[in-house]
Write a protein that binds this ligand. Structure first.
Ligand SMILES: C[S@@+](CC[C@H](N)C(=O)[O-])C[C@H]1O[C@@H](n2cnc3c(N)ncnc32)[C@H](O)[C@@H]1O
Length: 234
């Protein structure tokens, strides 16, 4: 596990986190009222720390598969009384979470799961008023199932690390949410407003390329990263 990825977000939140949270605030989903918010696949909890600071009246619950990250995160969140992390599997969530959240947010994880239908269904089963996700999406009706074998990152029993980098169709995602009872759907591309330097290594790692008109394209390895923020509500 790349613990550094989780640590450095505590020092400075990613620009994508600031912009996603700002977008949800502008739409009124995150606000100064008392709310219970879940961060699904919260990693080491840095996004929860950021939101807990920005929305002090709300309570933030993080859920992640990794015991190690939950332990690390809860240590870092000690003393913050509106943030707490729990170990759990997105695909096999404890029934105690049903009806507990006004909203569920998931930062940069859906595209790294094998699929989206079952994943969204599991979130809807908790019956939140709204679900917000940042990931890779395409506005057209095409889904890209992308699986990488990263030989820069050998794992315990393999020469490489395997990961998905799926790009889901926003048309299909909206239909899926509709079928789950979430009839309002909003999305926006995340056009990053700062330059990210190209890493020296050819391994995965996001950097930006400036195009004509000052728009930046985000790239990681061989892929263009079409980041979007989405939110679906009842
Ligand atoms: C790319 S990281 C994103 C972490 C965090 N949301 C962030 O933005 O920093 C993906 C996270 O998903 C978690 N994860 C993967 N599969 C999961 C599952 N089935 N249930 C819960 N968490 C899962 C991993 O442990 C990891 O922390």
């Amino acid at each position: 596990m790349d613990i550094d990825y989780h640590c450095k977000q505590y020092v400075k939140a990613y620009r994508s986190t600031e912009c996603f949270v700002g977008w949800l605030e502008k739409l009124g989903y995150l606000n100064k009222s008392v709310q219970n918010i879940c961060d699904m696949a919260c990693g080491g909890g840095a996004n929860i720390a950021y939101m807990g600071n920005r929305f002090k009246s709300s309570f933030f619950t993080g859920i992640d598969l990794s015991d190690e990250l939950i332990e690390y995160g809860n240590k870092r969140l000690e003393g913050r009384n509106n943030c707490r992390l729990y170990q759990g599997d997105w695909y096999n969530l404890d029934k105690k979470w049903i009806g507990k959240f006004n909203g569920i947010i998931s930062f940069q994880t859906l595209s790294w799961l094998p699929e989206y239908e079952k994943a969204l269904n599991k979130l809807a089963m908790l019956n939140p008023e709204w679900i917000a996700i940042s990931s890779l999406f395409y506005e057209g009706d095409i889904e890209y199932i992308i699986k990488i074998k990263d030989y820069y990152r050998p794992s315990a029993n393999k020469e490489y690390e395997e990961a998905y980098y799926n790009i889901y169709s926003l048309v299909r995602i909206e239909k899926c949410f509709n079928q789950l009872g979430y009839s309002q759907f909003n999305y926006v591309p995340f056009d990053i407003d700062l330059d990210l330097p190209k890493p020296e290594s050819l391994d995965i790692g996001t950097y930006t390329i400036k195009t004509e008109g000052e728009k930046r394209i985000q790239v990681s390895g061989a892929l263009m990263m079409p980041w979007y923020f989405i939110v679906a509500s009842k």
